[in-house]
Design a protein around this ligand. Structure first.
Ligand code: HPA
Ligand code: ZN
Length: 344
């Protein structure tokens, strides 16, 4: 019998997604239908014109469009629809657990109540669990282009809802907004007993990864792909088993790497870093999780054990309970065993 194709195995394997901005799952068709439902105009005449604007040359060029499109999200039902549309696609890619970032400041700044956002997202997660069996958690992300005081005010608003918020993160424009700007904010997050993650080393230098670890207490680094620019930072990540949530299509679409074959992913893996693969803002970057796996495989031709390691990392690096992780890893092992048996 012929050996199964590693890509087919990877596409079908159960996996977790740990770096996913829910606002970045807003597809043009949903954006226009929500705009119509809410009686608002997008700054583009139609879906094709909007899609044509997805030609980014930097993180900021993407963020400008991402925040503009988020304006169509107004009601609890809008956030519910957004989550369910994402979970349907995630289920098709065999995602069984997702940790979803949301940016409350993007919405509260427009007068949308924090509770509208949170309850809509929660409604979507509950329905997604019922329909697709996907487990989901929410991670509140602070916008780093804003001041620390504005972020502290957002944390004040979130405090009554801490039982619904699993952790805290840091996103938006990285360059010029180092983690050190938010040391007080994240000290408060940690004091609340929540895990902290941070985008670092996407466009910013490896020093920002060190700051995220040392000054914010981050236990997982979002992106971190520029760690390869500093061997000491990379060695530390590997030694300490700090997970990296790598988003390959995002990095090529935002010109962090010119092309996929330039991506640092193989160097991160070779150094022993605990890498996971994720889709970041899939509506804007050319595809959901399995599209990222396809693009990676086209460039790097990973073998089956590497794909197993990446899926296993996604569960191990999650914020689920030990019992949940053990159950998912048992499912993963059973899946790989069945593939081996099938290939004789
Ligand atoms: N980087 C920083 N902020 C973001 C991103 C990203 O890739 N996506 C949404 N907000
Ligand atoms: Zn991100």
């Amino acid at each position: 019998m012929t050996a199964p194709d590693p890509l087919d195995i990877a596409l079908g394997m159960p996996k977790a997604e740990l770096h996913l901005h829910i606002e970045g799952t807003l597809e043009p068709d949903l954006a226009f239908s929500l705009a119509r439902r809410n009686g608002i105009a997008l700054p583009y005449p139609d879906e094709a014109a909007l899609r044509a604007a997805y030609a980014f040359d930097s993180l900021q060029s993407f963020l400008d469009l991402y925040y503009a499109c988020a304006d169509v999200l107004r009601t609890r039902e809008d956030f519910y629809d957004l989550v369910l549309a994402y979970l349907k696609r995630a289920a098709a890619d065999k995602v069984i657990h997702v940790e979803i970032f949301f940016d409350p400041q993007t919405h509260t700044a427009r007068g949308i109540p924090f509770t509208t956002v949170l309850e809509g997202l929660e409604d979507g997660l509950a329905e997604g669990r019922a329909r697709y069996g996907i487990s989901g958690r929410l991670i509140l992300c602070f916008l780093r282009h804003l001041s620390e005081d504005e972020c502290l005010a957002c944390l004040d608003e979130a405090e009554p809802w801490l039982d619904r918020i699993h952790g805290f993160g840091l996103d938006s424009s990285e360059k010029g907004h180092p983690p050190s700007k938010f040391a007080r904010l994240f000290a408060r997050c940690r004091a609340l007993g929540k895990p902290v993650v941070a985008h670092a080393g996407e466009e910013g230098p490896p020093d920002y990864i060190t700051e995220a670890l040392d000054l914010l207490g981050a236990v997982r680094i979002d992106h971190g792909v520029r760690a390869t620019d500093d061997p000491a930072v990379l060695a530390r990540l590997a030694r300490d088993g700090i997970p990296l949530t790598v988003c390959p299509l995002s990095n090529t679409r935002l010109c962090v790497f010119e092309k996929m074959s330039d991506h640092s992913l193989p160097r991160l893996l070779a150094a022993g870093a605990k890498v996971t693969l994720n889709s970041d803002d899939p509506a804007y970057f050319g595809g959901y999780l399995n599209a990222n796996l396809r693009a990676v495989q086209e460039a790097f031709r990973f073998d089956t054990p590497t794909w197993y390691r990446l899926a296993r990392n996604s569960f191990e690096a999650s914020f689920a309970t030990d019992a949940e992780k053990a159950g998912w890893i048992a499912r993963l092992d059973a899946y790989f065993k069945s593939k081996q048996a099938a290939s004789g």
